[in-house]
Design a protein. Structure first.
Length: 364
């Protein structure tokens, strides 16, 4: 009986040892994940480059041992800890970093952090937020959010529509307006985000808005840019209609499109790639929202940035964010596979970086 009792105690002791070892392993794994530097497995960062679209100059930022108080993290801003994010946002950032490391896609995923990029990034110093504008993805509403946060207006409803894009009156500074050292500090410390949508659907939206509906206050799209594209890319010279989607696709897919882009200036922001706009492989963004899931992403972004108690994202009309597969297929109907493939080749980086599938009509 004593022998049986001793064996029973030995088994209990052995089980307790295994339990302690198991808990130690779990705790060790948790500590590793919690304190892992989120930037540690991102793509290698390129040196900060400030440049015009065609000119590159390297910026030498002096090292400082102590940063001014206004650049210190507030504690409420998003920390970048992957464990605190919903799974979908963890997966988006991980996909981005993996594609950024893909050498085969480097020319489509990397760009210099140029003045062109810095002009796209709006700053809210009060709440330490950077927002990169990607036109045709509901950016007007996000700019309204930042205008309120910066204090130019007390509520979104008070902001006149003609003020939102007037950067002399809306109180939204661009990142390019700061000194080189101030730019680098903000890029390192602030909460950074932007929004994407299916790349082809975005191009359709840009074409419809700028060349079909064409607001009166933007006459240059119809009277200057459209004729330039038609002269270069329309096959049927006897056709007298305005710019057709086929002409637009042929222009965007041309590997030598840049000579026209230079003539069009900043107006090209409505159809250039997300890579060219926001440099997602060079700048470590905190969150990437998707237009298709904006109803969920908008509240998450506000909370992650620590501003959900201060402002709400404007109400999203029903169905506005739903991807319309039929509409996209209809727009590309009748366009040659060669032209579509060339277009996809240019925007492949956007498709791969943000998890969008290659269109079915390219696979058939």
């Amino acid at each position: 009986w004593l022998m049986s009792d001793n064996m029973h105690h030995q088994w209990l002791l052995l089980a307790a040892c295994f339990w302690v070892i198991f808990m130690f392993m779990v705790a060790s794994k948790f500590i590793t994940l919690t304190f892992k530097d989120p930037d540690g497995y991102s793509a290698k960062q390129e040196p900060l480059i400030l440049t015009a679209v065609t000119k590159v100059e390297e910026v030498h930022v002096p090292e400082e041992k102590h940063w001014p108080e206004e650049f210190q993290p507030t504690g409420k801003a998003f920390s970048g800890n992957l464990n605190r994010q919903p799974l979908v946002h963890m997966e988006r950032l991980e996909l981005l970093r993996n594609v950024c490391r893909d050498a085969a896609l480097r020319n489509l995923s990397h760009t210099a952090v140029s003045k062109f990029v810095l002009d796209r990034i709006f700053v809210c110093d009060k709440h330490k937020i950077l927002f990169c504008q990607t036109p045709k993805v509901g950016n007007t509403q996000w700019k309204k959010v930042l205008i309120v946060l910066n204090g130019a207006f007390s509520s979104i409803e008070e902001i006149p529509e003609n003020i939102v894009h007037d950067h002399e009156k809306n109180g939204l500074p661009r990142l390019s307006s700061f000194s080189d050292s101030e730019i680098k500090k903000r890029l390192n410390l602030y909460f950074k985000f932007f929004i994407v949508r299916d790349p082809f659907e975005r191009l359709i939206s840009a074409f419809k808005d700028k060349f079909v509906h064409n607001p009166r206050f933007e006459p240059w799209y119809r009277h200057e840019i459209a004729p330039g594209i038609i002269r270069k890319y329309r096959k049927n010279r006897t056709e007298t209609k305005g710019l057709q989607f086929e002409d637009f696709v042929r222009y965007l897919g041309d590997p030598n499109h840049r000579w026209l882009d230079v003539q069009f200036g900043d107006h090209i922001i409505h159809w250039v790639t997300y890579v060219e706009l926001c440099a997602p492989c060079e700048i470590t963004y905190s969150v990437i929202g998707h237009h298709e899931t904006l109803e969920d992403d908008a509240p998450y972004i506000l909370k992650a940035a620590g501003i959900d108690h201060l402002v709400s994202y404007p109400t999203i009309p029903p169905g506005i964010t739903v991807y319309n597969k039929t509409k996209v297929a209809r727009y590309f109907l009748g366009i040659s596979k060669r032209d579509i493939r060339r277009l996809y080749a240019r925007f492949e980086g956007d498709f791969k970086l943000f998890g969008y599938r290659e269109p079915d009509f390219l696979l058939n």
